[in-house]
Design a protein around this ligand. Structure first.
Ligand SMILES: Nc1ncnc2c1ncn2[C@@H]1O[C@H](COP(=O)(O)OP(=O)(O)OP(=O)(O)O)[C@@H](O)[C@H]1O
Ligand SMILES: [Mg+2]
Length: 220
């Protein structure tokens, strides 16, 4: 089982959006996936409540229970746990970072967001885990995303190669408990998540597997 923590002190950076979309991508590849929602706002859990599908499982959790919940998930043959966290850099985010095989730090390519990223990077460093900034909600036109990448790289920050652009599908699809890939599998948003998921697989050593019965059903 692999664990990915999505943390950022800045509110609205895209933590929940990314957690949900990566979890659906993993489920679509036959992986038993759970989201642990550490945020008292419970956005991921509310998304799950609206959803007509028990997968991925979304568990509202408190940081103190993370170790035992992760043990339970492993005992129940989970392949992947994605931890969605609250917008802060407190003990809960540190617990999430410590539990992770890979940390993703979503960041919008704006000066305010980029300036605030140091605290979250420090937290990942304290946890001693591999962390990448993931540029999110990048304007589809112009060079803002590339400039943000260069600025971060110049400061020695590891930035994930894939970026997610500002696309209506990411916010629209979740309104009724779906994800962009489910709403429109051929959308640009779906393609971006596919690219991101492949990157995550590589960097967290996740092993995707297809459920045998899914294949059989498709062939029938
Ligand atoms: N790539 C994107 N394209 C379009 N809208 C986006 C994108 N990423 C996030 N959003 C929208 O931005 C808002 C904030 O995103 P989200 O809730 O995922 O951030 P968050 O980091 O989880 O916020 P919080 O810190 O409050 O938990 C939401 O309305 C979401 O739909
Ligand atoms: Mg959130």
């Amino acid at each position: 089982m692999k664990t990915i923590a999505i943390i950022s002190q800045k509110g609205g950076a895209g933590k929940t959006t990314i957690a949900i979309h990566l979890a659906v991508a993993a489920e679509q590849r036959g992986m038993n996936t759970a989201i642990f929602d550490l945020d008292p706002q419970a956005s991921a859990a509310s998304w799950s409540d609206k959803r007509n599908n028990p997968s991925p499982a979304v568990v509202s959790a408190q940081a103190a229970r993370l170790p035992s919940l992760l043990e339970q998930a492993a005992a129940q043959a989970a392949d992947l746990v994605i931890i969605d966290s609250a917008p802060n850099a407190d003990a809960a985010s540190l617990a999430a970072a410590r539990a992770a095989d890979l940390i993703l730090i979503p960041c919008r390519p704006s000066a305010f967001d980029l300036n605030a990223i140091g605290t979250t990077l420090n937290l990942a460093a304290v946890a001693g885990k591999v962390a990448f900034v993931l540029l999110n909600a990048v304007p589809p036109q112009g060079k803002v995303g590339e400039e943000a990448r260069q600025a971060l790289a110049a400061g020695g920050v590891a930035v994930a190669e894939p970026v997610l652009h500002q696309l209506v599908a990411f916010s629209h699809a979740v309104n009724d408990g779906r994800s962009a890939q489910e709403f429109d599998p051929k959308s640009k948003a779906a393609a971006e998540i596919d690219t991101l998921f492949r990157w995550v697989v590589k960097h967290a050593n996740v092993i995707p597997r297809m459920r045998a019965n899914t294949k059989t059903r498709k062939q029938a």
